[in-house]
Structures are given as C-alpha cells and as structure tokens.
Write a protein that binds this ligand. Structure first.
Ligand code: NAP
Ligand code: GCO
Length: 266
C-alpha cells in the first residue's frame, strides 16, 4: 500500500506528555491500537502509576516516566532514557497543559508565567529534545495540542490564550525550520472536551441546574454538545501517520464547528 494511505503507526515510538488521563490518555491509547509503542510522562509518580494501571486495564503495554515537562534537564534525561530503553521517538504529542481561570487584572505575574511555562515553554523544551534524533532517523511527527484559544479569547483565560496562540505559531515555526528533514509539526485544536480540566465548567449548580457555561458552550457548538476526548483520536492518528506526510504547519480544529458558528440565537 502506498504511504499516502498508510494510517498505521506500526513499529513507531510515541511519546505523549501528560497522558495519565484526559486527552493525552485517549490519544496514546489510540496510538497503541494503531501499532505504536506508547511512552507517556506525568509530573507525579502517583499519576504515572494510575495511568499505567489504566493502560494495563485497557490491554495497552505503556511505559511511564515521572517528568515535569517545564524542567529541561528532566526532559533531556527522560528522552535519553526512552531512546536507550525503547527506541528513538518517532512521534511526539505535546499534550501536557494547565489553565488558570482568573480575571487578567487579578492574576499575578507568577500565575501568568506558570501557565506560559507548561503550555508554551514546555512544548518548546520537549520538541527541542526529540528533534535531533528525528533528524538522524530521517523522519518525525510533532503534534501540539492547541485550543479554541489559539484563535479566540474569553474572560479569565488571558495566560492560557497567550500560550495557545503562541503554540500555534511555534507549530508553524517548527514546520518552517525542520520540514526539510521530513519532520511534520502540526496542531490539533480541540473544542470543548469533557475532561478533568473542564469539569469546573460543567458542574451542576446548587439548585441542580446546568452550569451557565455548559449551556453557553452547547449553544456555541453546532454539534450542540461537549465533545469526548476519543473524538480527537482519528485526527491524532492521521497526523501521526505517513498519510499526513504532506501536511505541515497546520492546526486541525476538532471543535464540532465552533469556529464556524456565531452561536444559537437565544
Ligand atoms: P487535564 O485533564 O488537566 O490533563 C492535563 C495533563 O497534563 C495531566 O495529566 C497533568 O498531570 C499533565 N501536566 C500538567 N502539568 C504538567 C507538567 N508540568 N509536566 C508533566 N505533565 C503535566 O487536561 P486535558 O483536558 O486532558 O487537556 C490536555 C491538553 O489539551 C492540554 O494542553 C489542554 O490545554 C488541551 N485542551 C483541552 C481542552 C478541553 O476542553 N479539555 C480543549 C482544548 C485543548 P497532573 O495531573 O499530574 O498535573
Ligand atoms: C475554558 C476552557 C477552554 C478549553 C479549551 C477550548 O476555560 O475556556 O478550559 O480553554 O480548555 O482550550 O479549546
């Protein structure tokens, strides 16, 4: 079969950061089912252990490392260990991320920096750690998990939007700088996904009614619902496979149509 229709990840090593649960877990699981060897990291051993137990329960043989992706020394050490123990990383998904929902003028510079550190500096650090071996190997796939906030702003998420907007441009710049080495760097821009990160936006109100944001976002989404992390996996496998070798510097929005829609008339 020609590479153009090769969606398999057979024999590839995939590192997904922050993949003990949530979107990272869904993507890593889909990669395993497409034939890849899965490696993931999380900031705490307890979350790595929980993640390993989940992967095992799903019949997935994953390897987990404790690594704070904002710490360049830890990242460099982790990548060296992965290369020695598993093999050169063919696919990197920069998934680890945090958000702080604070009105900008109430946010401290330290809080702003903390979000930028995980959501923008860390993808730079991890990509920089894996690219040299990808160049030597003659190919590589880097997928950065962007956001609606790579394109849109909203109240209380200034740091997160700045980071995710920057991540879109980092994606394009890695494409520009390393496309010549057969490295494709693309983004996935999820819409609103039901994960622990968005749980506060879906919490039932004291009177049992839906959270106002829950109602708002369903009205802003043509699909009329929150998306599931598993709905990102097909696009994630495509961008990790040879089928996307001519796709580079692109952010694929998997948002149920939010970016195309002005919103339901009240
Ligand atoms: P999540 O449930 O909060 O999971 C985030 C993961 O990142 C956790 O495993 C977390 O580990 C890990 N992490 C955080 N800081 C880290 C660090 N310094 N080093 C290593 N791991 C770290 O988030 P999610 O909803 O799955 O989102 C995953 C990615 O998708 C994020 O980049 C997020 O911005 C993006 N995204 C989410 C949505 C959505 O609607 N959910 C939409 C668009 C984009 P700990 O638990 O140990 O902190
Ligand atoms: C928020 C949400 C969003 C999602 C996602 C949307 O507070 O608006 O957390 O930012 O996480 O990034 O694409």
């Amino acid at each position: 079969m020609s590479d153009y229709l090769n969606f398999s990840l057979e024999g590839k090593v995939a590192l997904v950061t922050g993949a003990s649960y949530g979107i990272g877990y869904a993507i890593a699981s889909a990669y395993a089912k497409s034939g890849a060897k899965i490696v993931f990291c999380d900031i705490k051993q307890e979350f790595v252990d929980k993640g390993l137990a989940s992967y095992q329960a799903d019949g997935i043989d994953a390897k987990g490392y404790v690594c704070d992706v904002t710490n360049e020394e830890m990242v460099q050490d982790m990548v060296k260990k992965i290369e020695a123990e598993i093999g050169v990383i063919d696919i990197l998904v920069n998934n680890a991320g945090i958000i702080k929902r604070i009105p900008m003028c109430d946010m401290t510079a330290a809080e702003f920096r903390a979000v930028i550190d995980v959501d923008l500096n860390a993808p730079f650090i991890v990509a920089k750690a894996v690219i040299p071996s990808m160049i030597k190997k003659g190919h590589g796939k880097i997928i950065n998990i962007c956001s609606m906030m790579s394109e849109l702003g909203r109240e209380t998420v200034s740091a997160y939007a700045a980071a995710k907007g920057g991540l879109k441009m980092l994606t394009r710049n890695i494409c520009a700088e390393y496309g010549a080495y057969n490295i494709q760097c693309n983004g996935i821009g999820p819409g609103y996904i039901a994960t622990p990160q968005t749980a506060p936006l879906r919490e039932k109100q004291p009177d049992g009614s839906r959270h106002p944001f829950d109602q708002f976002i369903c009205g802003r989404t043509p699909a009329g619902r929150w998306l599931q992390a598993e709905e990102l996996t097909g696009p994630a496998v495509f961008l990790a496979s040879d089928a996307s070798n001519a796709v580079n510097g692109h952010v694929l929005y998997v948002d149920g149509g939010i970016l195309a829609y002005i919103g339901k008339q009240p």
